[in-house]
Structure formats: C-alpha cells, structure tokens
Design a protein around this ligand. Structure first.
Ligand SMILES: C[S@@+](CC[C@H](N)C(=O)[O-])C[C@H]1O[C@@H](n2cnc3c(N)ncnc32)[C@H](O)[C@@H]1O
Length: 317
C-alpha cells in the first residue's frame, strides 16, 4: 500500500460525507446504525481502496465510533492500522504492504450483531411473558448491555461467565469481541430466553442459584463473572438474601470459579421500599449495603459492585 497524500477529490468528499452521516447517527444514541456505517466505511473505502495520509484523523473517528457501540474488536483493528501507518510515516517509509499492516492483509470487519439476529430476537415477542421487554424493546435492552460492556472494557482476552443471563445479550457482546463465554440461567425461565441464547450462539447452562448451595463448576475458571439486574437473591421478595447468604455465594465463587486475577461484577436491582425498609436506591438490608458499598464503581447510573478474588478473600465471615 502506497501512502499517497490524499485520495481523488470527489471520492474524498464522498467519504467525508459518509463519516459525517455516521457521526450524526451516533449522536442520536442509536448503536446499530453507527456500527454499520463504520463497518461499511472501513470495508468500502479503507480496506478496498487503501488508506491515505489524509485519512489518519478519520481513522480516530472510526475507532471511537466502534468503541462507543461496544465493538472494541473493530476499534482495535482500526487503531492498529493507524499506529502502523504513523510508525511507517515516522520512519520516512511511504510504502508498506498490506501484509505488513496485518498478516493476512487488511481484515474485513463486521457489525457487533447482524440485522438478521436482531430481527429474529425481536420476533420472539408474540405476546406478553415474563421478560417480554427483552424482545419487545430489544434496542433499549441490548444498548444497556453495551453500556455494561463498556463499563467493564476488558483489556485482554477473558473467560467470562454470565449468571442469570436472560436473553444473553451481555455474554454475546463479550463473544462478539473475541472473549470466551458461558451463560447460565434457570431451566424454568421462559423458553424465549433459551431461544435467544440459541440465536446468539451461546453455551447456556441450566442452573438455579440457591442460598447456601455451591454454584455449578466448570473445567476452567473465569476471569470475569457478570450478574446483571440480579434476581437470584430473592429480589423483591421477603426471602431477600442477607449478608451471610451473599458471603456464602461470594466465597464459593472465589474458591471455585474465579481465576487468581479474576473479578465478579454485580449490577444490582433496587429493592422495593416495602421489601427493605430503607431508601429508594437500596439493594437490600443495611448489612448487605455495607458489604458491597466499598466496592461500588464510579461513573455509572446503577449500583454496581466489582470485587476481585483478593477482595472476597479479605471479607470477614
Ligand atoms: C431481570 S433478568 C436479567 C437478565 C440479564 N442478566 C440482563 O441484565 O438483561 C433476571 C434473570 O435472572 C434469572 N434468574 C432468576 N432467579 C435465578 C436463580 N435463582 N438462578 C439463576 N438465574 C436466575 C432469570 O431467569 C432472568 O434471566
């Protein structure tokens, strides 16, 4: 690939219009359209027609767009191309072969989730059922999971377990970004949950989390265990878990499921005031709030606790 200064004028104008359109749709809060725009810009202009020096700043916009929609794998590809171009230019080398940029040439990129999958999952809404919102209001619920993923932002390949997975959006986003995932939910959950996991190509294991019962184990341990919109703790009922039940769960996870540098990421549901006599944003009884509050992460709209294995080790029984 020869690094010419700029592409032919009308083509450059066309590319820049396309990038502006991508920025406009990203500003609407939609995640699917900007992802698809970014993919078609990369595949149509950069991958097919070569990258020019005048494109360098557009590559940053493209990689930021991919990051925003939780397509971190694509963002990395774009950044890597940009870094290699900058390094080549810095060494006064105006020419670099595709295979020097990437072993197999510039890769073709794909969207985080295909339109076919999205439509199949939306079609799971035929009538009301528990959790029907995940198919009826697919866009909002999937988008929420991209925000969870962006808040976690794993910086290297991870083995991930998602407990109480529902439709499986969060583990799918991990998988789409190249991580290894397992998903878990109760056998008696609505059949649409398992169907959605099937559409998304997930390994879903039937298992019910119960107080003082160890969690299902796997051949290998996990770097990240996610639990979002948690219900397995008796959420919203008079049987809501207290500190000791959480401690048993955490110690079991720590001993049997987490790698040495692993962590559990707990995104809580708020408890109704009549279940717990505290504030509107309470996750449980006072001693449960006290257990988790040192581990709440900043900068998110929900109460999310992130506990590393060593944090759990240090919790007093
Ligand atoms: C509110 S949904 C959250 C789904 C998904 N985690 C999300 O954030 O979109 C709660 C999920 O927990 C599952 N669940 C409820 N009780 C459970 C239990 N005891 N063990 C495992 N999963 C459970 C439900 O079947 C459901 O999929």
């Amino acid at each position: 690939m020869l690094f010419k200064d700029t592409r032919e004028t009308s083509l450059d104008a066309e590319l820049r219009r396309s990038v502006n359109r991508m920025i406009d749709v990203a500003n609407t809060g939609d995640i699917f359209a900007p992802d698809e725009h970014a993919v078609s810009i990369w595949n149509g202009y950069f991958r097919q027609l070569a990258i020019y020096k005048s494109d360098l700043e557009l590559l940053s916009v493209l990689s930021d767009t991919f990051l925003g929609v939780a397509n971190h794998a694509n963002s990395r590809v774009v950044l890597m191309a940009q870094e290699k171009m900058l390094a080549a230019l810095a060494s006064n080398c105006n020419q670099v072969s595709d295979s020097e940029l990437f072993l197999d040439g510039l890769p073709k990129l794909g969207a985080l989730i295909t339109q076919e999958m999205r439509n199949e999952i939306r079609d799971l809404y035929v009538s009301e059922y528990e959790g029907a919102k995940y198919s009826r209001n697919f866009n909002e619920n999937f988008t929420l999971c991209t925000q969870y993923f962006n808040a976690i932002s794993p910086d290297r390949h991870a083995r991930v377990l998602d407990i109480g997975t529902g439709f499986g959006f969060l583990p799918f986003i991990f998988k789409s970004n190249g991580h290894s995932v397992e998903a878990m939910d109760i056998e008696s959950a609505p059949s649409q949950y398992a169907q959605s996991c099937g559409i998304l190509g997930l390994n879903r294991h039937d298992f019910e989390i119960r107080r003082y019962i160890p969690v299902l184990t796997f051949k290998e341990k996990f770097d990240i265990i996610t639990c979002t919109q948690i219900c397995f703790n008796g959420h919203g009922t008079s049987a809501l878990w207290k500190r000791n039940e959480w401690l048993f769960f955490l110690k079991d996870i720590c001993e049997n499921l987490l790698t040495e540098s692993g962590f559990i990421w707990l995104c809580f549901n708020y408890e109704p005031r009549n279940a717990v006599e505290t504030t509107n944003d309470s996750i449980g009884h006072e001693d449960v709030e006290a257990l988790f509050s040192p581990y709440y992460i900043d900068g998110v709209d929900w109460k999310i606790a992130k506990l590393y294995k060593h944090d759990i080790d240090g919790l007093a029984a």
